[in-house]
Ligand binder design. Structure first.
Ligand SMILES: Nc1nc2c(ncn2[C@@H]2O[C@H](COP(=O)(O)OP(=O)(O)O)[C@@H](O)[C@H]2O)c(=O)[nH]1
Ligand SMILES: [Mg+2]
Length: 370
């Protein structure tokens, strides 16, 4: 997983560390070419006169202007010290970070990190690195550390546990209502089946709501999964009001003491206002505990647009990114988190019921930087 993203981030780190090393060599050459006087590091011994400390201070003040050779000495020593410091340390400039991004941008975009995210990364990296001396030998580690912080602060958007949501709803003596939203084909129906399987394995009782009354065969697809898992689906006819389907499922779950309603919805094309309005009604009528956006991780840079439209339209609480098993890019996770500022609950990692991985931001970042 994330092979391309890993490669691109590694290239960025290497390139910046390379800048630090290049300058190192240049300065070493400059030092070798410097005149011998400047190369002399040993300070000349101070004049050999025995004086008391008090006298010494007074005389030093007096002597300063009369001791040009000392000043000379200091002048020689200071640039020398500056040079040594320059050789050992590196201060990145804003220009170097800009240049890095200019050359890395196509690759990072290709790894599905959106342009908006790259702009943010560039300015954060400048804040972290520019004007702060870094020991050249540590440069690579410092750069990796900056990327680690940057990635972590982007993908750590809090934590939501479905178990906690169910427990909270139970206190109100009602089932939790989890609404799954997203594009056609993003993996909503498949993911609902996976989440249902997970709840069953935790000894919880879910029911499914066939809220996609729009797309041909969607109800049958949900029924197929429910039959396999041995759970119920509440369904109406195609073309029926999805808000009513979800409402009925909630009543069904309440009367039977079930734990959660997992509600499917039609794939909202975010350009289709009618469908978005219909979805708003589902939310208004049913007040779901969690609005979960299911995002196809292969979507590429459209992730940003998709996430913002759904968030503006109905408000999302968290996300699930699917098809990570066939996605080497991984940047869509970063783009989705950056845009939504909401946590990723799970990653879909295949078509089987157990192919659902809890998303761990720290593990994700370590995987990328390993
Ligand atoms: N490889 C892979 N395929 C997935 C994953 N999640 C869903 N799919 C497939 O994506 C296609 C669309 O999924 P579906 O659940 O029907 O999407 P929906 O239109 O949003 O309900 C189906 O062929 C699924 O089997 C995943 O995590 N990995
Ligand atoms: Mg579906």
């Amino acid at each position: 997983m994330f092979g391309i993203l890993k490669k691109r981030i590694k290239e960025s780190v290497k390139q910046l560390a390379g800048i630090a090393r290049e300058k190192d060599e240049e300065d070493a050459k400059r030092e070798a070419a410097a005149p011998p006087a400047a190369k002399e590091a040993k300070p000349k011994p101070a004049r050999k006169e025995i004086i008391t400390k008090k006298e010494g201070i007074a005389r030093k003040a007096e002597e300063m202007p009369e001791a040009p050779h000392e000043q000379e000495e200091q002048k020689r020593r200071l640039p020398r010290f500056g040079l040594v410091k320059k050789i050992r340390e590196k201060e990145f400039t804003g220009r170097e970070i800009d240049d890095l991004f200019a050359s890395m941008e196509p690759g990072l975009l290709q790894a599905n990190i959106a342009l908006e995210v790259l702009d943010f990364f560039r300015s954060r990296l400048k804040e972290m690195l520019v004007g702060k001396p870094v020991k050249r030998k540590d440069a690579e580690q410092v750069i990796i550390g900056s990327f680690r912080r940057l990635l972590l602060e982007t993908v750590s958007q809090g934590k939501i546990e479905i178990g906690d949501v169910i427990r909270a709803a139970k206190k109100d003596k009602r089932p939790a209502c989890l609404l799954f939203l997203g594009y056609n084909g993003s993996g909503k129906t498949t993911t609902i089946a996976k989440v249902a399987k997970k709840l069953l394995s935790e000894k919880r009782k879910p029911v499914l709501a066939a809220g996609d009354t729009f797309r041909a065969a969607s109800i049958e697809q949900l029924q197929f999964h429910a039959d396999k898992l041995g759970i119920n689906v509440i369904k109406h006819k195609y073309g029926a009001d999805p808000a009513a389907v979800v409402f009925d499922a909630r009543k069904h779950a309440e009367s039977r003491g079930l734990d959660a309603v997992l509600a499917d919805t039609a794939g909202r094309m975010h350009t289709n206002v009618n469908l978005m309005d219909e979805l708003k009604k589902v939310v208004r009528v049913n007040k779901p505990d969690l609005k979960i956006l299911v995002v196809d991780s292969l979507t590429g840079n459209d992730v940003v647009h998709q996430v913002s439209k759904f968030d503006e339209g109905v408000g999302i609480d968290c996300m699930i990114l699917t098809k990570m098993d066939v996605n080497e890019k991984g940047g869509s996770i970063i783009s989705a988190c950056f845009t939504a500022k909401k946590p990723v609950l799970f990653l879909g990692t295949g078509q089987g019921y157990d192919d659902l991985q809890e998303f761990d931001p720290e593990r994700f970042v370590e995987q990328i930087l390993e």
